[in-house]
Design a protein around this ligand. Structure first.
Ligand SMILES: NC(=O)c1ccc[n+]([C@@H]2O[C@H](COP(=O)([O-])OP(=O)(O)OC[C@H]3O[C@@H](n4cnc5c(N)ncnc54)[C@H](OP(=O)(O)O)[C@@H]3O)[C@@H](O)[C@H]2O)c1
Length: 266
């Protein structure tokens, strides 16, 4: 797929993977609209790339606020002229044993990771349907496929993103719209700073952004970043108990501390 002069709307673009995707797509000649809550970071990013003036736009969008989503999508269509590709990238996580997790935190993760992606997609979709073409890329996670103990709720939100994407694909593929699932593994961003997980493979946001470009160009509906991630996902399909044990070793062993471990049953 040709990226030059393609209009791309990216959520969660103020930092981490989203910001790196914006940078990489700009290098490919695309026009990008960056959305997130941190207006200062978004405007600093746009100011830092004067060579792409007329191709870089931003807007404040809080995924908890439906009105801000409607306004931001309308601004993006106005600024870019069209949204050819929507990248639903924004996300949050937390790590704890379920017995310790605040239900409010779980609800927030569902609101941002699942319902936020749902709302943005529902808002952009009529525009793509009217044009009879478009691409939606939903950012999931390896642990949406191979759930991680200590991140049960986050794993569930990412599994929901995968199920949603597969169902939506069946609704819109005959109308010229492609729905893709993009699966990064452990990536060095602010999000994982608070997560204790001795992942055997860690990527940089720039590496993940490189994979995003490949995913957009690929005919595949699901794109997994990196060999190790692909390996554990395949293992889970054919030998689920073995994959489950590896994931448990990686996450619980890294996280386990006397202060956070659940009390053993008497
Ligand atoms: N890092 C990893 O290891 C990893 C692995 C697999 C998948 N992923 C997925 O990759 C995506 C990007 O993660 P990242 O690692 O780049 O995280 P990050 O650096 O923490 O960035 C998260 C982005 O989401 C935005 N965001 C958070 N809450 C929001 C809200 N209420 N409304 C609008 N935007 C909001 C943040 O912007 P503001 O705070 O400015 O709003 C920020 O731009 C997420 O979907 C994550 O689940 C990450």
């Amino acid at each position: 797929m040709k990226l030059k002069d393609t209009g791309v709307f990216i959520t969660g673009a103020s930092k981490g993977i989203g910001r790196a995707i914006a940078q990489t797509l700009l290098r490919e000649g695309a026009s990008v609209f960056l959305a997130a809550r941190s207006e200062r970071l978004l405007s600093e990013f746009c100011d830092s790339c004067p060579q792409t003036e007329g191709k870089t736009f931003y807007g404040r969008m809080d995924l908890l606020d439906a009105a801000s989503i409607r306004v931001c999508v309308a601004e993006a269509i106005h600024s870019l002229g069209t949204i050819d590709i929507l990248i639903n990238n924004a996300g949050i996580t937390s790590q704890d044993f379920l017995v310790n997790q605040e239900p409010e935190q779980a609800a927030l993760e569902i609101q941002v990771n699942y319902l936020g992606m749902y709302r943005v997609t529902q808002t952009v979709l009529p525009h793509m349907l009217a044009k009879g073409k478009g691409m939606i890329v939903n950012v999931a996670s390896t642990i949406g496929k191979v759930p991680s103990p200590t991140q049960a709720n986050y794993s569930a939100t990412k599994a929901a993103v995968i199920a949603f994407s597969e169902a939506l694909r069946g609704e819109v593929e005959d109308h010229g719209i492609r729905v893709k699932i993009f699966i990064p593994g452990h990536t060095r961003t602010e999000m994982v700073r608070s997560i204790k997980m001795d992942s055997p493979q860690t990527m940089t946001p720039e590496e993940v952004a490189f994979h995003m470009v490949r995913a957009i160009r690929s005919p595949k509906a699901e794109y997994i970043c990196g060999g190790m991630n692909e390996g554990i996902i395949r293992l889970h399909r054919f030998f689920p108990e073995l994959a489950r044990k590896i994931m448990k070793d990686i996450s619980v062993a890294s996280y386990l501390k006397p202060s956070t471990a659940p009390e053993p049953r008497k």
